[in-house]
Design a protein around this ligand. Structure first.
Ligand SMILES: Cc1cc2nc3c(=O)[nH]c(=O)nc-3n(C[C@H](O)[C@H](O)[C@H](O)COP(=O)(O)O)c2cc1C
Length: 217
């Protein structure tokens, strides 16, 4: 298989939501690289408070088809990535995050002591304002965006999916009793079996402003 080499700009411009897939599996090394790139996504305070569950078993994909109300993507794609937001993860021991940054030379002990304190204060303030879930979902969505663009560069097609029942997705993943977790997005990944035209975007003046938010009527 020849590796596609697209620039980031080309990946952004050519990516389309693909709903139908050929049954061909994704080579293991390619999927591994894709997942690695997803985990490179930035996150608030580098907390990495989102996980990815790669579902490829027939039962898992059947379950996600059920959870997604019969949408074709999980039924046809060889892999569906479920992005799980972990709003309470900051409360755990995050020593591994700091050890990694210390070992790479990015952060020193003084910075880590300060940063850990600031992180906790920020997260506590989010907790008081009921925003922990929202912030973890933001982090999960950025990782999902990385996946969609990296997959495009690899010649793989994707579909972001919001249309599912959260309790059913959780059941498929074996976390039905975990109220502390939230499902952010599902992304199907595979080889396209359809041509899809760009539906286009609104004219720039509808969505793009400078200095002040100022839509014109
Ligand atoms: C957060 C999000 C959720 C989406 N959920 C679904 C979905 O459940 N099913 C689906 O077929 N498409 C879904 N889409 C795809 C959109 O319909 C699609 O991105 C939009 O029509 C623009 O097309 P494009 O992605 O090809 O540019 C979703 C897109 C986003 C960003």
């Amino acid at each position: 298989m020849t590796k596609q080499t697209l620039s980031v700009a080309e990946a952004i411009r050519t990516r389309r939501t693909i709903r139908h897939y050929r049954p061909d599996p994704i080579p293991e090394t390619l999927l591994d690289e894709l997942l690695d790139l997803a985990l490179e996504a930035p996150s608030s305070w580098n907390l990495q408070d989102r996980s990815i569950v790669a579902v490829s078993s027939p039962e898992g994909l059947e379950g996600l088809t059920w959870a997604a109300g019969g949408q074709p993507q999980p039924n046809e794609a060889p892999v569906v990535l479920v992005f799980v937001a972990e709003p309470q993860l900051w409360r755990d021991d995050n020593a591994d995050i700091y050890d990694t940054a210390r070992a790479s030379g990015a952060w020193n002990d003084e910075f880590i002591t300060w940063f850990a304190g600031e992180t906790r204060a920020f997260q506590e303030s989010l907790d008081q304002r009921g925003l922990l879930r929202e912030y973890a979902i933001k982090d999960a969505m950025i990782a999902a965006t990385y996946v969609m663009l990296a997959a495009t560069e690899m010649g793989l097609a994707t579909s972001p999916m919001n249309g599912w029942d959260e309790s059913k997705v959780k059941k498929v993943l074996g976390i039905e009793d975990r109220d502390d977790l939230a499902i952010a997005l599902m992304v199907s990944v595979g080889y396209s079996d359809e041509e899809r035209a760009h539906p286009g975007r609104r004219e720039r003046h509808r969505n793009l402003f400078f200095d002040r938010y100022a839509p014109s009527s």
